[in-house]
Design a protein around this ligand. Structure first.
Ligand SMILES: Nc1ncnc2c1ncn2[C@@H]1O[C@H](COP(=O)(O)OP(=O)(O)O)[C@@H](O)[C@H]1O
Ligand SMILES: [Mg+2]
Length: 353
């Protein structure tokens, strides 16, 4: 069946089951939004959360790596582990997209193309050659053939763009996320990177509609855990036009993930509190909020970061970090000619998630 343009006229979006799950998802997301807004140093938590999303989203596409390799790519300029590098690029793509929509206040095809080019680090852009088919990864049989010509793909993307930016229709934005994700993946506009780009699009849409203020709600962990269902439901929609289960699946993901994200933020906050106490008790002379926060902004810190954050000389910054290492809050590692200081407990916390 040919892919329908949005909004889907034939689909009942207000079934009892959908509305029930919509309430649960909306409530959980509102709670996350409210909670995040009470946190004064939210900006320092976003980086940590996006590392995990980048890792999980890539893993859905069988790009598997470890936290350790990710940190190495972040800190060691010559470190070459392809999968970890892709994960780091993915996180950059999230940030680029976020900054772009904050500026534009809409999402267009160019932004989507830009995000995909960062993930794939190439400028292939929208598919120009026919031949892309979605196949069952085990049996190899073709499941679905997305639109083939560039003109057709652009047409669908324009339609999607209109749907995304139309705030006058009376479809709940959370329901729209479900439809946008389905439609985007079905257009499958790129040779590769469609899954990851589509999942970034989801969070950008939520931010654009102010359902959340920071880019912190990510479904990839949930999708990873339920991968079979994710793929199965795509096909169920395609074969039977059965959107109900798809929508409920995504909404449930939003509900579960919102709750999990609150817990994760609480854990990080808690760790910041512990660090603060140990830091203040043991090194009262050098304690400052800026220095404490610079230990959490990334999972590691460098002397130059502290110089900047605390406005001190290189010698002072080095001494600060060495003292923090001595009391066990950081772990020093020599990388080439540079030293990096790992926030070991934050790393542990994120790896355990
Ligand atoms: N039957 C399907 N119909 C539509 N989209 C699908 C289907 N099966 C998988 N997908 C989407 O395609 C993505 C994989 O596409 P791909 O371009 O390889 O993305 P990536 O490079 O990020 O791996 C999946 O994550 C999923 O979102
Ligand atoms: Mg792929």
């Amino acid at each position: 069946m040919k892919l329908e343009m949005l909004p889907y006229k034939s689909v009942d979006l207000k079934t009892e089951k959908i509305l029930e799950q919509l309430t649960l998802a909306s409530r959980a997301l509102a709670e996350l939004k409210g909670y995040a807004n009470t946190i004064p140093n939210m900006h320092i938590l976003i980086n940590a959360v996006t590392i995990n999303e980048a890792k999980d989203s890539s893993e859905i596409e069988n790009i598997v790596t470890t936290h350790d390799d990710i940190y190495k790519v972040l800190t060691e300029s010559g470190y070459k582990e392809e999968n970890a590098k892709e994960v780091v690029d993915y996180r950059n793509a999230i940030w680029t997209g976020y900054e772009q929509i904050k500026k534009d206040e809409y999402i267009n095809t160019n932004t989507i193309v830009k995000i995909q080019s960062i993930i794939e680090h190439n400028n292939a852009g929208i598919r120009k050659l026919p031949g892309t088919e979605l196949k069952n990864s085990i049996s190899g049989e073709t499941i679905y053939i997305p639109p083939q010509s560039e003109a057709e793909i652009r047409n669908y993307l324009k339609n999607l763009e209109d749907f995304i930016n139309d705030s006058e229709d009376d479809i709940d934005p959370l329901i729209k996320v479900c439809l946008i994700h389905y439609q985007f993946e079905s257009i499958h506009p790129f040779y590769d990177g469609n899954g990851r780009t589509g999942r970034i699009l989801n969070i950008l849409y939520l931010v654009l509609n102010k359902l959340i203020d920071s880019p912190i709600l990510y479904l990839s962990k949930y999708i990873n855990k339920t991968k079979q269902e994710y793929y199965k439901l795509f096909n169920e929609v395609r074969l039977n036009n059965n959107f109900e289960n798809w929508i409920i699946y995504i909404l449930k993901g939003i509900e579960i993930t919102s709750k999990e994200t609150i817990r994760l933020i609480q854990k990080i906050q808690n760790e910041i509190k512990n660090y603060k106490e140990e830091f203040r008790n043991n090194l009262p002379k050098i304690y400052s909020k800026e220095l404490l926060e610079s230990l959490f902004y990334e999972v590691y810190t460098k002397i130059s970061y502290v110089e900047k954050a605390c406005n001190v000389t290189r010698i002072t910054a080095t001494s600060y970090l060495n003292q923090l290492e001595k009391i066990g809050l950081l772990e020093k590692k020599k990388v080439g000619r540079e030293k990096i200081y790992k926030n070991i407990r934050l790393i542990k916390l994120l790896s355990e998630e």
